[in-house]
Design a protein around this ligand. Sequence first.
Ligand code: TYM
Length: 326
Amino acid sequence: MKRMLTGLQPTGVITLGNYIGAIKQMIKNQDKYESYIFVADLHAITVPKEDFNLKENTRSLIALYLACGIDPKKNTIFVQSQNEYHANLSWVLECNTYFGELSRMHQFKEKSKGKENFTAGLLTYPVLMASDILIYDTDIVPVGMDQKQHVELARDVAERFNNKFGKTFVIPEPLISDVGTKIMDLVDPTKKMSKSSENQNGVIRLLDSSDEIRKKIIKATTDSDSKVKFDKDKKPGISNLINIYKSLTGKEIEEIEEEFKDSNYGQFKKAVADTVVKEIEEIQKRYKEYIDSDIIDIILEEGLKKTRLMAKAKLDAVKRKIGFYN
Ligand code: TYM
């Protein structure tokens, strides 16, 4: 059985973009692949922030995974920082990655732009991500479009290492769904919906109240036309809402255009809001059951035990190939 793995950062309550781009894809494929999902908390400190509680966010993210439908019987769930081997392999991989490659990463360029002071971790972040993936011989990595380049780097680094030291790593494939490739910000639909966005009105978070969600969708930026028609370039706002509606209902774009051919934007937005609220209310109901439950601790203990053994075996193999004293 092929192996699938993904991770999300606990930098804030995850967004509808994270849910559609990564979590829903994991759920869709959890019967098909041997599945691993983790909290990427080591990645969360690359850009220093004071306004979030790493520990609380980590627990909350695990509860959200479960509430969204990540089945702990079908998935190994763990916290990245608890497994020391990820950072250890990352160092070895850093020594097989070029500065030029890392400085060309879109995310690095965007986040370091105009800044004099950013951490070395912001630059080397994709290598740690490669380590997360390669340490488990991962075949499939469900991610949103913004992370595709990082998975491609993991492939390049794995191939380079294999060529130099003999076959060691599996070459991973990104899994990017056609719908959830990129959910855009509701206020500025030319920007991706992001946890770290300054304008909260553009971002739907999985723990927002139903009222907040409705308001954000009703106020979402649209064009001056009134036709519910998918056109990413000319109608980015409406196209984004169509994409959200599509990914939550499973309907095709043509079907949606047909369904709303006699509706104005207000009516369409109301339908999108109803759909999003219904899905998120269900998640929140389950979240409340999980957040204070011991089940989280049990799941994480099992996850750590299993992944630590796997990761250690891979790191030992890597060290032998390089010739470290052991
Ligand atoms: P992060 O926490 O930024 O995002 C988590 C996942 O959500 C996807 N995503 C989106 N998808 C669609 N529309 C959006 N607006 C949107 N915003 C975010 C991201 O593509 C991602 O799949 N580096 C990763 C975490 C990570 C990881 C890994 C992922 C660390 N190691 C190994 C996979 C495998 C990150 O920062 O994701």
